[in-house]
Design a binder for this molecule. Structure first.
Ligand SMILES: [Zn+2]
Length: 423
C-alpha cells in the first residue's frame, strides 16, 4: 500500500520548514499535499501518528560491499589503512565474492534502519547492485575504475570503452554511473577518458578527491610515499605533480555538476572557488576523515562560497556505523572545534547536507530531499523521546538528539522498507 496519509506531531518539510502538527497525503508513492493540523478525513494511515516525520536521508558516499570489514581501519592512518588493511581485504573479497555480497546486505540493512532512503554506492565489484535493486532503496552505483597499474594506458582505455557497457537493471529507482577511484589510482589520461565516456551517456561520476595529506603532497609537490611508490613502479610520468587535485580536475575540464567530489579535505580557497564556479557538489564524510586522520574539510568556507554540500558515511571499513545522525553531529562539532565559532554553521546546514544536499548532488532534487507536493514519498518517521527540553525546534532536536534506534519507519516511493526488513 503506498497511498494514504502520514500524520506527525512535527512534519519537517525541509531544513527550514516544520508543520507542528502536520500531515501529508500520499498517492501512488507521490506526495500530493501537505497540511498543518491533524487529518480529518478517514484515510488509511501509512504509519502511526505522532513523532517526527522528515525527508529520508541521502547518504552520498558509501562502499556497501565493504560491510564485512568493520574495524579493519581502526587506529591506522590513511596510507597504512589503504596498504595494509584495504588491499588485503579486497583481495579476500575478490577471491570469495560472497564476502562482498554479505557485506552489502549488512550495509543496506543498516542504512534502512538508520532512515536512509537513497545511497550513492561505488565499488570495484558490483556485488551490491542486485541487492540494492531488490531492496527498494533509491540508489546510485558507480563501478570503480583504476588504471594506475595498467601496462598501457591506451590499451586500458580501449578495453574500458569496449567492455564498460552498463547492464540494463530494470530497477527504476537506481541510476548507474562511473566511479574513477581517485586521481592517483586513476591517472589523468584514463580519468579523462572515463569521464568523457560517462558524459557521452549522460552518466554521473563519483571520485575521491584530495582526501589525504599524502595525496595532496604528491600532486602539489611530487614528493612523499605516493611519489616514491609510482617512481618504483615506473609510472610517475603519468601524473602532473605541480597543482592541487581540484586545480588539475579544473584544467582537465572535468569539474561540473555531474561529478561528485568526495572528501576534498585538503582544499584551499582557490580550490573552493573552482568547485563553486563549476557547480561541482562536494560529499563530506567527516567521521571517515577523522578516523583515518586525514584532517578536517573546509566545509564552512565551501558553504559560504555556494558549493553544494552533501553528506556521506563512507564504508564500514573506515567508520563503525552508517549513521547519518552521527555524521551530522560530527560535521558541526569538528567545524566548531576548529573554528572556535558557532557562526556560519548550524543544525539547519547539517540537516540540509544530509537530505536536499545529497539529492542535489545526485541530480534527484526534483524528486526527493524535501517533503513537497509532487515529490516522491521518501520519508522517515522518528520517535524522539519525550523530555523536558528547551530545544524546541524539531530540526535541532533531530540533529543533536536523533538516534538510529528512534527510526520507526523508512519509506521510499511510498514503501515502508524498514517494515519489510523486519518481516
Ligand atoms: Zn570512499
Amino acid at each position: 500500500m503506498n497511498t494514504g496519509v502520514v500524520a506527525a506531531d512535527h512534519l519537517i518539510t525541509d531544513a527550514a520548514g516544520v508543520l507542528s502538527p502536520g500531515w501529508m497525503e500520499i498517492s501512488d508513492g507521490r506526495i500530493v499535499a501537505l497540511h498543518q493540523g491533524r487529518p480529518q478525513q478517514e484515510a488509511p494511515l501509512l504509519c502511526e501518528a505522532g513523532g517526527v516525520v522528515m525527508p529520508a536521508f541521502v547518504n552520498a558516499h558509501a562502499h556497501l560491499a565493504l560491510g564485512s570489514f568493520g574495524g579493519i581501519g581502526d587506529d591506522l592512518p590513511f596510507a597504512e589503512w589503504l596498504r595494509h588493511a584495504m588491499i588485503p581485504a579486497i583481495e579476500r573479497g575478490t577471491a570469495d565474492r560472497e564476502i562482498f555480497a554479505s557485506g552489502a546486505a549488512q550495509s543496506i540493512a543498516m542504512l534502512v534502519a538508520g532512515g536512509v532512503g537513497c545511497v550513492a554506492d561505488s565499488f570495484l565489484d558490483p556485488a551490491s547492485v542486485p541487492l540494492l535493486a531488490g531492496s527498494g532503496m533509491r540508489a546510485f552505483f558507480g563501478l570503480e575504475v583504476f588504471g594506475s597499474r595498467a601496462e598501457s594506458e591506451d590499451a586500458f582505455i580501449a578495453e574500458f570503452e569496449e567492455g564498460h557497457e552498463l547492464p540494463e537493471l530494470g530497477a527504476p529507482l537506481m541510476q548507474l554511473g562511473h566511479a574513477p577511484h581517485t586521481l592517483f589510482t586513476c591517472p589523468p589520461k584514463v580519468l579523462t577518458a572515463v569521464m568523457a565516456h560517462a558524459r557521452r551517456r549522460g552518466l554521473r561520476c563519483t571520485l575521491h578527491v584530495d582526501e589525504s595529506v599524502e595525496e595532496h603532497e604528491f600532486f602539489t609537490r611530487g614528493t612523499g610515499p605516493l611519489a616514491e611508490h609510482y617512481r618504483r613502479e615506473g609510472v610517475l610520468g603519468r601524473y602532473r605533480c605541480n597543482a592541487s587535485p581540484v586545480r588539475q580536475l579544473a584544467d582537465l575540464g572535468l569539474l561540473g555538476p555531474d561529478l561528485l567530489a568526495v572528501h576534498v579535505v585538503q582544499a584551499d580557497a582557490d580550490d573552493i572557488a573552482l568547485l563553486a564556479a563549476s557547480h561541482t557538489p562536494v560529499v563530506h564524510c567527516p567521521r571517515s576523515n577523522l578516523m583515518l586522520a586525514c584532517g578536517i574539510a573546509p566545509v564552512a568556507e565551501m558553504l559560504a562560497a555556494g558549493v553544494t554540500l552533501a553528506l556521506g558515511t563512507d564504508s564500514l571499513a573506515s567508520v563503525p556505523t552508517l549513521d547519518m545522525f552521527e555524521e551530522m553531529r560530527t560535521l558541526l562539532l569538528v567545524q566548531r572545534g576548529q573554528s572556535r565559532s558557532t557562526t556560519g554553521l548550524g543544525a539547519i546546514d547539517a540537516f540540509h547536507a544530509a537530505t536536499l544536499g545529497g539529492a542535489r548532488a545526485l541530480g534527484l532534487d526534483k524528486q526527493i530531499g524535501t517533503l513537497e507536493a509532487g515529490k516522491r514519498a521518501d520519508f522517515v518517521r522518528l520517535e524522539l523521546p519525550v523530555v523536558i527540553n528547551e530545544r524546541r525546534d524539531p530540526v535541532s532536536r533531530v540533529v543533536w538528539e536523533g538516534q538510529v534506534e528512534q527510526v520507526t519507519h523508512t519509506f521510499v516511493d511510498g514503501r515502508d522498507l524498514l517494515a519489510e526488513l523486519s518481516e
